[in-house]
Design a binder for this molecule. Structure first.
Ligand SMILES: Cc1ncc(COP(=O)(O)OP(=O)(O)O)c(N)n1
Ligand SMILES: Cc1ncsc1CCOP(=O)(O)O
Length: 198
């Protein structure tokens, strides 16, 4: 059984991977390997690099989209969205993995729980600068209304202020890209996020 991190930092191969040990050392408990342009082999390699960098700090690694890569690398989990392997199928393949499912309302959270998800990635809670084509922000009130059968990880436009609001609304934790990787001082930003979700 894995403890669900309160802060996930999403990582792609274009990020400064040399910062990973310092981010984990600063208290980032979870990393999600998310690289939309990587081949399968590249994703396996990137996941191994992330695991090697952060596992010594006790941080956990989740692979976005790919249960096969999670299993092949010994990652702690996988995050699945609407275009990915259905959660129930992933759970059959991977009884022991942490499985996250993207959800936008309470009904989706209930369904994900029934299918065997471990947590719901709920969002976008605010306006994301990193991912295009998302629906309008759902806000933290909708997050509070969706709370119930699964721990919720708020995503989309999360900075320290949104992270605090999400936690107050009932989120277990948050997941971020821009708040760390587009910050002039990623380690300072991570420390502030760690405090915000504590
Ligand atoms: C924690 C978390 N929540 C939601 C997402 C979004 O996943 P998905 O819907 O599969 O979209 P992509 O990330 O694949 O663009 C996530 N990655 N993490
Ligand atoms: C992958 C994903 N899914 C919903 S928002 C998002 C991107 C989150 O990035 P940011 O923290 O920069 O908004």
């Amino acid at each position: 059984m894995f403890v669900l991190p309160r802060l996930f930092c999403l990582v792609s191969s274009t990020d400064d991977l040399a910062l990973l040990p310092a981010l984990a050392g600063a208290g980032v408990e979870g990393f999600q390997v998310r690289d939309k342009s990587a081949t399968t082999a590249e994703l396996v390699d990137l996941t191994r690099v992330v695991l090697d960098a952060v596992a010594p700090y006790g941080a956990r690694v989740v692979v976005n989209d790919r249960v096969d890569v999670a299993l092949a690398t010994g990652a702690a989990g996988v995050h699945l969205g609407a275009d990915d392997l259905p959660v129930a199928a992933a759970r059959r393949l991977a009884p022991d993995l942490l499985i996250g499912a993207t959800c936008r309302d309470g009904e989706a959270v209930r369904r994900a729980a029934e299918e065997g998800a471990s947590y719901a990635g709920f969002g976008p809670v605010a306006r994301s600068g990193s991912k295009a084509g998302l629906p309008e922000p759902l806000g933290t009130r909708a997050l509070g209304e969706a709370a119930g059968p699964l721990p919720l990880v708020a995503i989309g436009g999360v900075d320290a202020q949104v992270a605090r609001a999400a936690r107050e609304a009932g989120a277990h934790g948050v997941a971020v890209i821009a708040a760390v990787w587009r910050h002039p001082d990623p380690i300072a930003a991570a420390k502030e996020l760690v405090r915000a979700v504590a």
